[in-house]
Unconditional design. Structure first.
Lengths: 207, 227
């Protein structure tokens, strides 16, 4: 196990996904990439994972896995004694993520696909202070993941839906960053482009 | 390459982490690369992705050949985006010059202004790279009566900007241009959410799904600021 000091985002390394679908698998790799290299590396990782094809249903199932993770995170966060403003975000954002889950399930079915089952998740979320940092990381990761996957989408409708979801993830990320007294928009461009070093490093983990 | 079935029997994230963390040199290179977050760094990455001059071994989304009509369509989107970015950059420059803000709020405004200017620079370079002529910078004028009104206007502009990018995404043919547009779209959304927070408004005014704004609506909304 790498030590925390070796990781860009140690808490991301503490998130576990127990599922065997391709979506779970790619998400595990994406989180690992994020933990080691930072959230900006998630986009390139995801983009690479879908570059070889798989189609819109495959990408939607990956997105669904990500939304399951986020929805579950906010649900668990609400069991903590969070301060009022954090609890409000956990509740609202959790509702948004659940709406994303429902919409993605519907879209996958509409396209004739089978929505993946919800994996089980474990989060390093023990005390209220754990909430802000992990929420920020997961939302930044979500933005990067959607931005990485979106160019591989073929249907304009699906692309539009993904765009309208990623914008919400970006808004969540900014709000939580402000809550954490961090800059809401750390970069002029939310990284999506490929970076060879990341791709080389994560290649063994792309199923 | 590892056998996927082996991996599936050891699905713990920690295993992947172990592997990833075991190559400090590539990590250093990567961190150095993403550390350069200024316009110049972004520009380099953007152009490398957009163009044909650099096709690294990892370039899996290698340039498909676009028809001239497709390139013209992408240029049309880019020049529309450029016009909006000119407006946003000008707006923040005017706000900074107004002296209405100081401290943390001024820092935030400066950051956002820097972002918009970086978008202007990158889109301009991309238009040129694709063989087009960048849209001319419009002359602008913004009502900057007081700090409260300015934050409100900033929120309006940023929310509109995010909605504008969302409406354009589906029209873009070149995947690298699309990736770049998306990476700007989510930054505009971050700006919008931050400004909504300052105003005590919901960060997700559209609910769980953001609405796109078509061009005619966006251009009508920004018309008062173009002189």
């Amino acid at each position: 196990m790498p030590t925390d000091s070796m990781l860009a985002i140690p808490e991301l390394g503490g998130v576990e996904i127990h599922g065997l679908t391709r979506g779970s698998f790619i998400l595990k790799g994406a989180l690992a990439a994020g933990a080691v290299y930072g959230a900006a590396s998630v986009g390139p990782f995801v983009r690479q994972a879908f570059a070889a094809g798989g189609g819109d249903v495959d990408i939607l199932n990956f997105a669904l896995t990500l939304e399951y993770l986020e929805a579950d995170f906010y649900k668990k966060a609400q069991t903590l004694s969070l301060p009022a403003n954090a609890m409000k975000m956990a509740k609202e954002f959790g509702e948004n993520e659940q709406a994303h889950v429902d919409a993605l399930v519907g879209t996958i079915k509409k396209l004739g696909g089978t929505p993946v089952a919800k994996p089980t998740f474990t989060f390093p979320l023990k005390k209220p202070a754990d909430f802000g940092k992990l929420a920020q990381t997961l939302e930044d990761t979500g933005v990067s993941a959607y931005n990485g996957a979106a160019p591989a989408i073929t249907s304009k409708e699906v692309l539009g839906a993904a765009g309208s979801i990623v914008q919400i993830e970006a808004r969540h990320a900014a709000a939580i960053r402000l809550f954490n007294s961090e800059t809401p928009a750390p970069l002029a461009f939310d990284a999506t482009l490929q970076m060879q070093e990341v791709l080389d490093a994560v290649k063994p983990f792309i199923g | 390459m590892r056998d996927p079935t082996t991996l599936e029997t050891h699905p713990e994230t920690t295993t992947a982490l172990q592997e990833l963390a075991s190559d400090p040199s590539s990590r250093r290179r990567f961190l150095k690369m993403v550390g350069g977050t200024g316009a110049a760094g972004a520009l380099t990455i953007f152009l490398a992705a957009c163009g044909s001059t650099k096709t690294g071994a990892g370039s899996t989304t290698a340039a498909t050949t676009s028809t001239s009509a497709e390139v013209a369509g992408d240029l049309d989107v880019l020049n529309y985006a450029l016009t909006l970015e000119f407006l946003e950059a000008d707006f923040y420059a005017a706000v900074i010059a107004s002296g209405l803000f100081k401290g943390a709020q001024l820092d935030l405004i400066k950051t956002f202004g820097d972002h918009e200017q970086a978008h202007v620079d990158v889109i301009t370079a991309t238009v040129k790279k694709l063989g087009g002529t960048p849209a001319a910078k419009p002359k602008t004028s913004f009502p900057l009566a007081n700090a409260g009104a300015v934050v409100k206007l900033a929120a309006t502009v940023e929310n509109l900007g995010a909605a504008a990018y969302l409406a354009e995404a589906g029209k873009i043919v070149n995947k690298e241009v699309l990736a770049a547009a998306l990476s700007i779209h989510s930054v505009e959304a971050r700006h919008a959410a931050a400004l909504n927070t300052l105003l005590g408004k919901s960060v997700t005014p559209d609910g769980p799904f953001a609405n796109p704004a078509p061009r005619d609506q966006v251009l009508a909304a920004v018309k008062p600021f173009i002189v």
